[in-house]
Design a protein around this ligand. Structure first.
Ligand SMILES: Cc1ncc(COP(=O)(O)O)c(C=O)c1O
Length: 454
């Protein structure tokens, strides 16, 4: 094999010789193909042998307007010819300035300060540290803890993992982590029979109130994924929970951190999920769709009140300390600006709603399937929960890896589906057509049948 051989097989072999991939037991690649992608086009990924895969998960929930989107690519190329990077301490540039202005304009009211970082987990680290440091600067150094929801996922750096509750990612590293206070999730799948999502949200708020009564004095913030707990299994809940959470955070003097890294930028039907509860958090974490899947960038928006607690003479030692070399990277900021221009100029949310309605129609019949316990959807996130026993909702044992069968079936039939355990979900790019969605759903349904037959 020479390096001129650019077939799937040759590239996969070279990959496996030196690379170590995320979220992967590398031994699996003794039987699962490594897929070398050479090109993207709209919602499609194209491998080195010319096979096409419809990207049903928007490449880890990042892509909005298609792969290699020409408009965004042109902005990126233009920026690269002007300024690729500059230290972001003491120096600034117009793409970052304009991006901050635009983010302040489009996010819920009161979020007037923007701190940039370069990936989702880093944004969570920033929000956690900033919340803690705010209370410290206010003379409340006793506030050192965070409340997170059961089933939450906020990333995999040590701080972000600390406030996450998905055992797969957390368990091994638990001895290294902070201990969060876990509040029961308002996840509707966990509701009592006959309980509406609203009633469940109200019950979960009472439980949160009890936790705050006990722990508010030592708590910096409550952190949640608004409306959909994505990596925890696309678990969804009623917006009332967010409204109630805002009120409780005000009452008990703790911050509200909204992690919209996965759900922001139109995923849930509104530009930001918090809009559906008409609330502004104290910290809003954004990434993924911020650059439509082009560049690593994240932003934490917060209030002037938080900012002012850090604003003092240098000698007071109150400055926020958190820096990444690539903070405020001009290429990423310019790409984000172009992404937001598309939101301004095109009817993105209307299109998404139509697409979401089509998806809902296609998934509805699955509710009657003997191994489907739940079909749920919020905007352009839809999930189908497979179970061994529908009546008791007994799950298939994780070790059976039924979802992997769906993944493998998808690869064979031109679709990138990547179930979370037994949960088959759809989170397509916004440019996906209804015909393409049909292909995705048909492939998933056939994959599920195959996985159930094993
Ligand atoms: C809600 C949420 N928060 C944080 C993260 C972490 O982002 P990143 O993978 O960019 O570190 C993710 C990633 O999936 C996420 O879904």
């Amino acid at each position: 094999m020479t390096t001129h051989d650019r077939s799937n097989r040759a590239l996969a072999q070279r990959d496996l010789r030196h690379l170590w991939h995320p979220c992967t037991q590398m031994h699996d690649h003794e039987r699962i193909p490594m897929v070398p992608i050479v090109r993207g086009e709209g919602a499609w990924l194209i491998d080195a042998d010319g096979r096409r895969y419809l990207d049903g998960i928007s490449s880890w929930w990042t892509n909005l307007f298609g792969h290699a989107n020409p408009r965004i690519a042109a902005a990126l190329a233009d920026q690269a010819r002007q300024l690729e990077h500059v230290i972001f301490a003491g120096f600034t540039h117009e793409p970052a300035i304009a991006l901050a202005e635009e983010l302040v304009r489009i996010t819920p009211p009161g979020l007037d300060r923007v701190f940039l970082a370069d990936n989702g987990s880093a944004a969570i680290e920033v929000a956690l540290k900033m919340s803690f440091h705010y209370w410290l600067n206010q003379g409340h150094g006793e506030k050192t803890r965070f409340i997170a929801l059961t089933g939450s996922y906020h990333g995999e750096t040590l701080g972000a993992l600390s406030v996450s509750d998905v055992a797969l990612y957390r368990k091994t590293y638990a001895p290294l982590l902070l201990t969060p206070i876990l509040a029961p999730s308002p996840d509707t799948y966990e509701g009592e029979p006959g309980e509406t999502p609203q009633q469940l949200a109200a019950r979960r708020l009472l439980e949160l109130r009890a936790l705050l009564e006990q722990h508010a004095h030592e708590t910096c913030a409550v952190i949640v994924e608004p409306l959909v707990q994505c990596a925890g299994g696309m678990r969804m809940y009623h917006p009332d929970y967010l409204a109630g959470l805002r009120a409780l955070c005000d009452e008990f003097d703790v911050h509200f951190i909204a992690d919209e890294i996965a759900v922001g930028f139109g995923r849930t039907g509104t530009l930001f999920a918090c809009e559906q509860a008409d609330v502004s958090p104290d910290f809003l974490c954004l990434s993924k769709g911020l650059t439509a899947g082009f560049m690593a960038l994240s932003a934490v928006l917060t209030t002037e009140r938080v900012y002012e607690a850090f604003y003092a003479e240098y000698s007071a030692g109150k400055a926020f300390l958190h820096s990444h070399s690539y903070t405020g990277n001009p290429l990423a900021c310019r790409v984000a600006l172009e992404t937001l221009a598309i939101f301004r100029e095109e009817p993105v949310l209307e299109r998404n709603r139509a697409l979401a309605a089509h998806l809902a129609g296609r998934l509805a019949p699955l509710r009657d399937h003997p191994h489907v316990a739940d079909v749920r959807q919020t905007g352009l996130i839809a999930a189908v929960e497979l179970v061994a026993d529908k009546a008791t909702r007994r799950p298939f044992p994780a070790g059976e890896r039924r979802g992997l069968e769906v993944y493998l079936h998808g690869l064979k039939h031109g679709a990138l589906l990547r179930p979370l355990g037994n949960i088959v979900y759809f989170m397509p790019p916004y440019v996906t057509t209804t015909d393409e969605l049909d292909h995705l759903v048909d492939t998933a349904v056939a994959g599920v049948e195959r996985a159930l037959r094993r």
